[in-house]
Design a protein around this ligand. Sequence first.
Ligand SMILES: [Zn+2]
Length: 220
Amino acid sequence: MKKKRLVLLGAPGVGKGTQAKELEKHLSLTHISSGDMLREAVRSQSRLGLRVQEYLIKGDLVPDELMMSLVAERLKTKECAGGFVLDGYPRTVNQARALDEILIKRNLRLTDVVLLEISRREVIRRLSMRYTCDACGKIIKSEENEEGQKCPNCGNRLKRRSDDEPQTIEHRLDVYEELTRPLIEFYQETGIMHQVNGMGTVRQVFQRILTALNLKKPET
Ligand SMILES: [Zn+2]
């Protein structure tokens, strides 16, 4: 199989993380999640990690050049040589251009960009089903109202994340759409972008991604 170097795009709640894990499991691609990468950098207390920490502590966005250094470091690793799926990066056209440059220096380029799409109503429905435990960080997805219920992990009370309140979700989506539109247009012009319907089960969506990538369903 030809090595795949993918970017997964889509609104919050669309299931990028879940599908990236499927791609990792079935196609042996390395899953690079921007969130995990930042957390790992901080944990490692490396030179870059310490700089990341300064921003995260203040609640500020990590600047492009720092993010780019992290991505470049990660893409150099042996495990990424077999192909990768980026989830949560790039978020802007500048980052997308920077990513291209990182790859070109290594004589590589992205093979595909997958844009997962679900309706705005479904995004709101999915995000408002998330409850978290402040004590242990567990996230529960539930159609029932779990506010104030006990965390199955540690017994602390669950709460709805403040940024998952319906009004906040609407706002987050507006911001997301405004920021991402240019990025989507950028990738549309490259001719490697596939728009994939993100509604349905994890398996259904994964199957659609494989079809878009011209891959057969892997043996399980
Ligand atoms: Zn807990």
